[in-house]
Write a protein that binds this ligand. Structure first.
Ligand code: UD1
Length: 354
């Protein structure tokens, strides 16, 4: 044993979770992952260790709704803080399956809060979403804008923030920070870690990447009649490395500030669907066929971050650009055309296990 602080990461094998684990391991946190692998591969865990060149302290295939199993993980490790990613996250699916989304996303969060309370763990970083703003009246949107979720996924994230704030008011010394992340994309630059959704991708960038490697024949563009410059949806795509770093810095924030806070994590720049397809085409040198289709229920026209609050608090905010995001996502997609299941890709052994 050594003296590093220990963080439990829920959803640590997922896209943002895995990159955050690497970031935390690189900054002398010990990391325990809890993930039910419902939308992630256990192989992501090997990749985390290979990229970070350190071992995880533990990894448990546990559904957060299984409180006794979750409690056993807290019994087994002296957890200092929790970073909570585990959730279902596809907007379209959430419109089709609202009960499942509320059950999983809110149930997981309340179970986690109860187990944290039972083990007197008082620091929580919650990975929330820009989607809580919904159809915000003004862009870019800051943290004071009212929450107006337009789909069950977004509503579930907002309800989780509310539950966390209520708990923070009641529990002495409890400190929580909810990060409203704006469309994380990209990958770790080495090509070992990236986004590997199961089945048909629910988000735009992985869809584009799978078209680029010809796993799918075209990108469906959901609507070209929005009030945006080219008619397609505009989002604040943010490099997953910047998002991962924000979660690490958030752990410093919750170390000494009781109460509940909310910060936007985004770049402040908007990119349309067609812009992103073109940028990925440039990064990959491949033609990306697309077809205009109808709007997707629950979508909004524009969502771009005002990132001043986090920049004022921490002296930095997400700055990597779209070209970097596309290049890194393309490197991952090329090296892992079928994701982590690809038999042709083997991660190197970690060189310095902790
Ligand atoms: C949503 C959430 C966001 C969250 C993310 C997590 C909203 C407004 N945002 O992002 O907070 O981080 O899910 O998964 O709810 N599109 C296509 N074709 C596709 C897929 C998407 O044209 O095949 C379009 C969408 O209409 C949208 C844009 O691409 O304009 C981005 O969509 P997506 O990647 O799914 O993310 P959001 O829905 O913005």
């Amino acid at each position: 044993m050594h003296g590093n602080p220990l963080v439990l990461v829920t959803g640590g094998a997922g896209f943002i979770g895995s990159h955050t684990c690497v970031e935390l391991l690189a900054h002398d946190w010990d990391v325990v992952v809890v993930d039910d692998h419902s939308n992630s591969s256990p192989r992501a865990l090997e990749r985390i260790e290979a990229v970070a060149r350190r071992k995880l302290r533990g990894a448990y295939a546990v559904d957060l709704l299984d409180r006794p199993a979750l409690s056993a993980v807290f019994d087994a490790h002296p957890v200092d803080a929790v970073v909570h990613f585990a959730a279902r996250k596809a907007v379209g699916e959430s419109v089709r399956m609202p009960a499942e989304y509320y059950d999983t996303n809110i149930g997981a969060t309340t179970a986690l809060l109860r187990v944290m309370g039972e083990h007197d763990v008082r620091r929580l970083v919650f990975s929330s979403s820009c989607s809580v703003y919904g159809d915000a009246a003004r862009q870019p949107v800051d943290e004071r804008a009212p929450a107006r979720p337009t789909n069950p996924y977004a509503q579930s994230k907002h309800l989780c923030e509310t539950v966390i704030a209520d708990v923070a008011r009641r529990r002495p010394g409890f400190s929580a920070l909810s990060l409203r992340c704006f469309n994380p994309i990209g990958a770790h630059p080495g090509g070992l870690l990236g986004e590997d959704p199961r089945g048909e991708p629910g988000n735009l960038l992985p869809y584009i990447a799978q078209v680029a490697v010809r796993r799918r024949d075209h990108v469906p563009v959901f609507g070209d009649d929005y009030a945006t410059p080219d008619g397609t949806g505009v989002r604040d795509y943010t490099h997953v490395l910047d998002v991962a770093e924000a979660h690490r810095l958030a752990l410093r924030h919750v170390a000494d500030r009781p109460g509940a806070t909310v910060y936007n994590i985004g770049t402040g720049r908007g990119t349309s669907v067609l812009d992103l397809i073109a940028a990925f085409g440039d990064a990959s040198g491949r033609e990306i066929p697309y077809r205009i289709e109808g709007r997707r229920p629950g979508d909004v026209a524009t969502l771009v971050a005002d990132a001043h609050a986090v920049r004022n608090a921490w002296g930095r905010h997400a700055t990597r650009g779209i070209a970097d995001m596309c290049r890194d996502a393309w490197t991952f997609q090329q090296r892992n055309p079928r994701g982590y299941a690809d038999p042709t890709t083997r991660p190197p052994e970690p060189r310095q296990p902790a």
